[in-house]
Design a protein around this ligand. Structure first.
Ligand code: BGC
Length: 262
């Protein structure tokens, strides 16, 4: 493995997106938001304890021959680089100092590299604002991912207000994500129309409180947007995400370039 000067350069960065089933990494061109070379995907270890995940990330970076700075996403609230929730990941993450964990396990020849760890939806939302449709960095934009849970990123003129966790808004009498996530649609075998009605009610609540001009929807189900976006009645422009499953990795790479430490 050779440390080339390009590994510290400002317009490329490595992002790693840690999810419930897969850990994905790629080198990102930060001028364009495009990947350089192939994305690497490995299965998330089971159980997905912090140590096991960090070892898997170390192996992935080794495969990629990347020794420079790394941005990492986790599906958890990250406060001062400490994971403080674990709704859809191993509970062992709660209280984990991610900077310490990854700093130590991802060190190269005993030297710690620059690391930023942030919430998965926050990373994806930032990437959408930076590289998606140009109008998404104007005013208040709410980015949502519909998957196992509902992830959220709140942006104002492209700047992130981190850890909004709107999937856990108590609605109507339970977490919004327990009623309207994409996983719930599968589990309850809801039609797109039935599910969209639920999403619509949740979005009305988000709009009532936050008044975004635009809502961007991500997650696998955003690829089928034509089946459910027309059903929405909410008073905001709702558009599908442009970067799709690239967004988490790209946002992580942006975060480490900008030395973000939420
Ligand atoms: C978690 C969020 C995460 C979202 C999407 C929710 O259950 O609480 O932190 O962003 O799932 O993965």
């Amino acid at each position: 493995m050779t440390e080339s000067p390009t590994q510290e350069s400002a317009n490329i960065g490595y992002g790693v997106d840690i999810g419930g089933s897969g850990i994905k990494g790629a080198l990102v061109n930060l001028d364009t938001g495009e990947f350089i070379g192939d994305r690497i995907r490995v299965d998330t270890p089971r159980p997905a304890t912090p140590g096991a995940v960090a070892d898997t990330v170390a192996a992935l970076l080794n495969d990629a021959e990347w020794t420079g700075p790394v941005g990492l996403t986790v599906p958890a609230v990250v406060r001062n680089q400490v994971a403080v929730t674990a709704a859809n990941i191993d509970p062992a993450w709660i209280g984990t100092d991610c900077q310490e964990l990854f700093g130590e396990r991802l060190a190269v020849d005993g030297r710690r590299r620059t690391i930023s760890v942030l919430n998965d939806a926050d990373a994806a939302g930032m990437a959408e604002a930076a590289y998606g449709d140009a109008s998404t960095d104007q005013g208040t934009v709410l980015f949502l991912t519909f998957g196992t849970g509902i992830g959220s990123a709140l942006l104002y003129n492209g700047s992130l207000f981190p850890n909004t966790e709107l999937g856990h808004l108590n609605f109507p009498a339970m977490d919004a994500e327990k009623w309207a996530s994409s996983a719930v649609r599968d589990r309850e075998d809801l039609s797109y129309k039935e599910w969209a009605r639920r999403v619509d009610r949740v979005l009305h609540e988000y709009v009532r409180i936050l008044n975004p001009a635009r809502i961007i929807v991500g997650g696998g189900i955003s690829k089928k947007h034509h089946k459910w976006l027309p059903e929405l009645t909410v008073d905001a422009e709702v558009v599908p995400a442009a970067l799709l499953n690239r967004a988490g990795i790209v946002g992580a790479a942006v975060a480490v370039r900008d030395k973000m430490r939420p």
